[in-house]
Write a protein that binds this ligand. Structure first.
Ligand code: CIZ
Ligand code: SF4
Length: 303
């Protein structure tokens, strides 16, 4: 902390000077999450927050698709990402052409697209979802069959709860796909009294073995409400770090993975980004309107 303090001080000063707001995802490090962010949350909360921004500049502390979503909702504002290489294995797993091919294969079937995708992919889909509202959105779109892309595990975990037929894509989150039922068994053996909770981007065998499964926001709510004496959050490591400092009486045990893309963002490049106005995130004109519609439909449907 003493080492971070001068950077945090400078970022917060420059933020006001540049009329900028900092949106940070729950997977960002505590120094960003607690030190410089104006708003924190999961994908859904940040997308909603992006519709309410007054400042002329948005600095996105998260991965590239999140910055694109902020741009879609604020085409007239400047959206900056401190490191444009912050990608995502899910977003990279599918292109707009892939989606068009799926539509041809299943004519008339609605396409529900996880927000962890490029703006170009969102532009050729019907409605977006996040892990917080996936089941709701799938239940609310028309028909008894739905194409749910690109996360195969979120789709499989959702399919178990909806009465609809779910057509999936072979994408996966590199942070959550590696957890196995054996990992959960080992955690149970090592920490017999701990509660174990996981994110629905994990394979179904993991979800079946844990005490609670829910989106990023749902996991945080669960810990703050249930207040288990000991908990393992089977997800990205910063989740425990960030929630731990907001919760008393809960012991957070390790059983997490790090997202290398999220961790590309640090205090140094946030400061540089504010100083230089780089790197600006743009979305082609013809993609903005249809992609935005898919995000706005999701926000509308999850109210
Ligand atoms: O914020 C979210 O919903 C998640 C789970 C984001 C991510 O990148 O995995
Ligand atoms: Fe993508 Fe997974 Fe990283 Fe989220 S945690 S940005 S889904 S790779």
């Amino acid at each position: 902390w003493p080492f971070y303090a001068p950077l945090i001080f400078q970022i917060n000063r420059l933020k006001k000077e540049k009329d900028a707001v900092i949106l940070a995802h729950n997977y960002q490090t505590p120094q960003i999450y607690h030190g410089v962010a104006d708003f924190v949350g999961d994908s859904l909360q940040l997308a909603i927050e992006a519709t309410r921004v007054d400042q002329s500049v948005i600095v996105q502390c998260g991965v590239h698709f999140m910055a694109e979503t902020s741009k879609l909702l604020n085409p007239q504002k400047t959206v900056l990402i401190p490191d444009s290489r912050a990608g995502c294995s899910l977003a990279e797993s599918i292109t707009a052409d892939d989606v068009k091919a799926m539509r041809e294969m299943y004519p008339g079937v609605p396409v529900v697209t996880y927000v962890n995708t490029s703006a170009a992919v969102k532009a050729v889909t019907d409605v977006c979802c996040t892990s917080s509202n996936a089941l709701d959105i799938v239940n609310r779109v028309e028909g008894d069959t739905v194409i749910m892309i690109p996360d195969q595990y979120l789709a499989q975990n959702t399919a178990k709860k909806t009465g609809k037929k779910v057509i999936t894509w072979a994408g996966a989150c590199e942070v959550h796909e590696t957890f196995t039922a054996d990992d959960i068994a080992e955690l149970r053996h090592a920490y017999p009294t701990a509660k174990i909770i996981a994110h629905p981007e994990c394979p179904p065998e993991v979800i079946d073995a844990v005490d609670f499964a829910g989106s990023t926001a749902a996991m945080i709510d669960w810990v703050k409400t249930e207040k288990p004496a000991r908990v393992v959050m089977v997800t990205e490591c910063s989740m425990s770090d960030n929630v731990a400092s907001e919760t008393t009486g809960v012991d957070f045990l390790r059983g997490c993975n790090i997202c290398p893309h999220m961790k590309r963002i640090n205090l140094e490049n946030v400061l540089w980004s504010l100083h230089t106005g780089t790197e600006e995130v743009t979305v082609p004109e013809e993609i903005i309107a249809p992609a935005r519609l898919a995000v706005e439909r999701m926000i509308e449907m999850s109210r």
